[in-house]
Design a protein around this ligand. Structure first.
Ligand code: N1C
Length: 269
């Protein structure tokens, strides 16, 4: 039989060890869920990437990481993604490319149901990074998915710079008849601060793009129509030689068309 004092000491040591283990577990779980969650990001990236044939997902992931890992998250210029863009090249489907601004939901609702138009989210890079947030930190090799700076904190943040760069690449290869869905329920459907206005339109090349068809999606009470001043600006900045056309289309008509697979895609508006 051990003396009671020794037994108490032993019990105390066991208790202390358990408390320390519990504390360590809680800290690890909290750290993982509060932003050091690059594991979740990586698996989402690979799951989505593997749905595309002909790409080396590990190579694409490495090219992605080199753009922002270990860097000040307010100092990631769009050029940082050049190697990623090179790893994610694709063959552009002429006459089916779809651009958009402030109509993401309508566009993707439509493209999900009807296989006519091809958006940036249908490419490998647009698909793997859609809806995600990421950044790095100076002196760290980790990927963070929370507390990353947004557009209001700094322009050169990793997420915005990625979309700027990927959008420029998507517009660079645009060809034939190009469609853009803009929002007729806001005052400025062609907003100068949007990626569509500030990047994509500037990258359309008249030797490849023949037409730009704007589809202005209107709700019951449209705020803007095709005579909107911002759309006049669009025509002004569009490269010479690209034919411009604008059609006002009710949102209900787009919905109806997306539920009617018999109707040819081009006949939706
Ligand atoms: O700033 P926007 O729209 O005009 O950008 C949309 C424009 C589209 O034509 C796409 O080709 O730029 C491309 N694009 C995306 O594909 C995309 N997917 C997700 C740009 N941005 C994209 N996102 C996120 O939406 C990203 O975080 C970016 O900042 C917003 C822009 O949406 P917007 O203002 O409606």
């Amino acid at each position: 039989m051990e003396p009671p004092a020794k037994r108490r000491r032993k019990a105390c040591v066991i208790f202390c060890v358990i408390v320390v283990l519990v504390v360590i577990t809680v800290v690890v779980v909290l750290a993982l869920s509060l932003g050091h969650n690059s594991g979740g990001m990586k698996s989402a990236f690979f799951d989505r990437c593997e749905a595309f044939k002909g790409y080396d997902c590990q190579k694409v992931w490495d090219a992605f990481q080199q753009a922002y890992v270990g860097k000040d998250p307010c100092n990631v210029p769009m050029e940082a993604y050049d190697p990623l863009i090179a790893a994610g090249t694709f063959k552009p489907p002429c006459n089916r490319m779809m651009f958009w601004s402030k109509t993401k939901h309508v566009v993707h609702d439509f493209t999900a149901k009807r296989d006519c138009f091809f958006t940036l989210e249908d490419t490998l890079l647009g698909s793997v990074l859609d809806g995600l947030t990421w950044c790095g930190k100076e002196g760290s090799s980790e990927t963070f998915t929370t507390d990353c700076p947004g557009w209001t904190e700094c322009e050169n943040n990793p997420v915005r710079s990625f979309w700027n760069r990927a959008s420029a690449a998507f517009a660079d290869v645009a060809c034939g008849v190009v469609t853009a869905m803009l929002n007729g329920s806001i005052d400025t459907p062609f907003s100068p601060t949007s990626i569509f206005a500030s990047i994509e339109v500037m990258h359309f090349n008249a030797t490849r793009v023949r037409n730009l068809n704007v589809v202005l999606v209107t709700q019951e009470k449209p705020v803007a129509n095709c005579t909107n001043a911002s759309l006049k600006n669009l025509q002004k900045v569009l490269a010479e030689g690209i034919q411009y056309n604008c059609t006002e289309v009710a949102h209900s008509q787009i919905e109806e068309c997306s539920n009617n697979p018999e109707k040819p895609c081009g006949a939706c508006w």
